[in-house]
Design a protein around this ligand. Structure first.
Ligand SMILES: Cc1ncc(COP(=O)(O)O)c(C=O)c1O
Length: 336
């Protein structure tokens, strides 16, 4: 099977497994695990924040961020189809107590405009019975929009507009590394002005487990308590953090996955598929019958997933250029 379902299907390679086996560890709940601490310090520096907190998953990182930022009943804004809106099982409302407001992608795929943020945020002044909007939650890259990048100048406008409206800003940067690699910028160039940012080591970078939630010192101390409440306080987690540290060394290699995505998109287009040009490692294809197409692909030994009514192919480090060529060959042969 050639597995394009997600960049989360990668398996830790020998180098990563041996780094995990050798990791220096201690009880991270009672005091501090040295490898988790090293990862948190490096992640904070990479993301341009004063502090960071390791979490088992991106979902937990987002939940902690939203729970810490929002009071019950506060409204928060996020681009339509953001992960926090459609893929976290309603935890933003159920656990974090937020009232979600989706923003249209009126500036381009995955990107609401500053005007849309301004209009939705409204004004802080008003009588006591007016709904309170307190947070903007961005997503870079935007998964459902096809790994779509928000460039730094638009990010800066969105953050500035949110600030003017008195909103805090959380950035879901599960694949921020991909945006940074595609733009040839350091990840911190894409987090400017945010209060908090989450990022994942398990998406495209090869780590089996692990995300990070980064922000100010005080925020991170509060987030640490919340992580404990949610059962995310692991003990000798250094074995996991060692994989994340190695994953961070691999951000520079993501360009290869992006090139594979472009090859795949080009090939599919040559065979008459309706495919948008990938900005990073996600290729979306519009097909007449989604489930039939996914079954047909599976029959050819090519795995993909449905995403917002389209076929989603994701390239990753466990797929070579040869795998992409082979998938295209099978698709061409299967179409005859
Ligand atoms: C944009 C985005 N945010 C958050 C997550 C959640 O990460 P996790 O699967 O580690 O919970 C994902 C997962 O695919 C994602 O695509």
């Amino acid at each position: 099977m050639i597995d394009f379902r997600s960049d989360t299907v990668t398996r830790p390679d020998e180098m990563m497994r041996s780094a995990m086996a050798r990791a220096e560890v201690a009880d991270n709940v009672i005091d501090s695990d040295p490898t988790i601490r090293a990862l948190e310090e490096r992640a904070a520096e990479t993301l341009g924040t004063p502090a960071a907190l390791w979490t088992p998953s991106g979902t937990m990182a987002n939940l902690i961020a939203l729970s810490t930022h929002l009071r019950r009943g506060d409204r928060f804004l996020a681009p339509r189809d953001a992960h926090v809106l459609v893929n976290e099982l309603g935890s933003a409302a159920w656990l974090a107590g937020g009232m979600p407001e989706p923003l249209e992608h009126d500036a381009g795929p995955g990107r609401p405009s500053a005007g849309a943020v301004r209009a939705a945020a409204g004004t802080r002044e008003g009588p006591y019975y007016v709904l309170r909007t307190t947070l903007l939650c961005l997503e870079n890259t935007h998964n459902v929009a096809g790994g779509a990048i928000t460039p730094p100048h638009e990010h800066a406008q969105l953050v500035a507009t949110a600030r003017e409206a008195g909103l805090r800003v959380h950035l879901d940067g599960a694949r921020l590394w991909h945006a940074a690699a595609a733009l040839d910028l350091p990840p911190a160039a894409l987090t400017v002005g945010v209060d908090t940012v989450s990022a994942c080591f398990s998406k495209g970078l090869g780590a089996p487990v692990g995300s990070v939630l980064a922000g100010g010192e005080e925020f991170v101390e509060e987030a640490r308590r919340m992580r404990q409440m949610l059962g995310g306080g692991v003990r000798q987690g250094g074995v996991l953090a060692a994989a994340c540290l190695l994953a961070l060394d691999r951000v520079g290699e993501l360009g290869e996955d992006h090139a594979h995505a472009r090859t795949l998109a080009e090939g599919l287009r040559e065979y008459g598929w309706d495919v948008s040009e990938p900005q990073t490692n996600i290729v979306l294809a519009r097909v007449p019958d989604l489930l039939l197409t996914l079954d047909w692909l599976r029959g050819l030994g090519v795995l993909a997933l449905p995403m917002a009514g389209k076929v989603r192919f994701v390239t990753h480090r466990d797929l070579s250029a040869g795998d992409v060529e082979e998938a295209l060959r099978r698709i061409k042969a299967g179409s005859r």
